[in-house]
Design a protein around this ligand. Structure first.
Ligand code: S3P
Length: 166
């Protein structure tokens, strides 16, 4: 059983879709941000503030090493996890990558949870989103399936992924 790896920008719906998809498939669900918070005993915001982004990216690498050996897990990745090609290679060994896409407008409406998103905490939100999306385009483009989520309901997105996996 392959793992299903959900990738994409903050606010693209990876966690909420991941939950629903895991339930439908009867798979375990792992949200990498929450798994890192559990392991470290710190919130994502605290890791960034106390130890910096490098430490957070390091925690992602450690977590990916553990997840790569698993089977039948839906993994909702933090938006920056696939920027590290080592993470991608490890997860690709037993994983199907699904990218959830959303427009900057949709993302700005959705990214309310500042606790897990310190990168968006300061400055002009929309400008930041557009800049980061541009920088990350190639990293998200490598997915096996990309779904534009702007005009779809969560259940429809789950159905599309489910059909793709059949
Ligand atoms: C990040 C996305 C966040 C979280 C961290 C860094 C990023 O996860 O991992 O704040 O670099 O895009 P979500 O994509 O789940 O919001």
């Amino acid at each position: 059983m392959k793992n299903i790896v959900l990738v994409g920008f903050m606010g693209s719906g990876k966690s909420s879709i991941g939950h629903r998809l895991a339930r439908k498939l009867g798979y375990q669900f792992v949200d990498t941000d929450y798994a890192i918070e559990e392991v470290t005993g710190l919130t994502v915001e605290q890791i960034f503030a106390k130890h910096g982004i490098k430490r957070f990216r390091g925690e992602e690498v450690l977590l990916v090493s553990k997840l790569a050996d698993k089977e039948g897990v839906v993994i909702a990745t933090g938006g920056g996890l696939v920027l590290n090609s080592q993470n991608v290679e490890k997860l690709q060994q037993n994983g199907i990558f699904i990218c959830l896409q959303a427009s900057p407008e949709t993302i700005c409406k959705r990214v309310k949870n500042k606790r897990t998103r310190p990168l968006l905490a300061r400055g002009n939100l929309k400008e930041k989103v557009i800049k980061l999306l541009q920088e990350r385009k190639d990293a998200y483009d490598m997915a096996d399936l990309t779904i534009s989520t702007d005009h779809l309901e969560p259940d429809d997105i789950v159905k599309i992924i489910y059909k793709f996996l059949l």
